[in-house]
Design a protein around this ligand. Sequence first.
Ligand code: B12
Length: 210
Amino acid sequence: MDFDNIKKAVVDMEVEKVKDLVTKLLKNKRLPEEILEKGLIAGMKEVGRLFSCKEYFVPEVLMASEAFYAGFDLVSPLIKTKQMKEKGKIIIGVVEGDIHDIGKNIVKVMLEASGYQVVDLGKDVPTEIFVDSVTRENPKILAMSALMTTTMMKMKDVVKSLEHKKLRNKVKVIIGGAPVNEDFAKRIGADGYGEDASAAVSLVEALIGE
Ligand code: B12
């Protein structure tokens, strides 16, 4: 299967092969969303599994991430230009101390594809930067990502800081990333949790009503 070949090429860390396969599928009029979901993301999920069971280590994961991005850079502009309607502004970033940005980048693309304007603060974002940008940009949603148990508490700091600066009722806060869940979102006073990129879109639509 075509998508499985892309998945395998990501897992095998083959940058050029990923580029070739993705280009070929796009030429064959396959949907960029499908290539992303069933090929590239499926590949990174498998990489995550191999890392967890110690078959892969950091260098392999980095090389596989490169292969992922080689494909991602080809499909993401096509997903972005699909819808032009702007439904509202969303700020997104990975919390301080955390450089895992693959999931955040996928969520960003999916939100943009659904017509939202996304301001990306990047990774390893200090609490003050999240709060300052809420003041400056006046977004409808603040979306935070964390991939480590050691960094997820930074989300709570951001929520507290928003409360302290009397900004909490001006913005809805949503969170995601492997170590967090619905219960954690409630505990830190966030407005919602999404388990993947499509859940992120549904969550945003439910919170700001579209
Ligand atoms: C890739 C990876 C890396 C890459 C990151 C490359 C990059 N640019 O992101 C590299 C090699 C650099 C790396 C480094 C490290 N890593 Co690492 N890494 C991973 C790995 C294998 C996969 C993560 C990933 O990309 N998943 C794929 C994406 C698509 O999934 P996702 O991020 O979960 O995102 C989805 C959802 O969660 C959701 N989502 C995400 N964000 C948001 C936000 C919102 C608002 C919403 C609604 C939804 C949402 O939607 C996304 C799309 O579906 C995981 C293992 C795993 N199984 O998760 C470890 C893992 C996260 N890493 C780990 C560790 C320990 C490290 C290092 C400390 C290793 C080291 N010793 O140096 C460093 C940390 C550096 C730092 N300070 O951040 C641990 C964390 C353990 C913990 N404390 O919790 C993990 C869990 C591995 C493990 N089992 O031990 N890592």
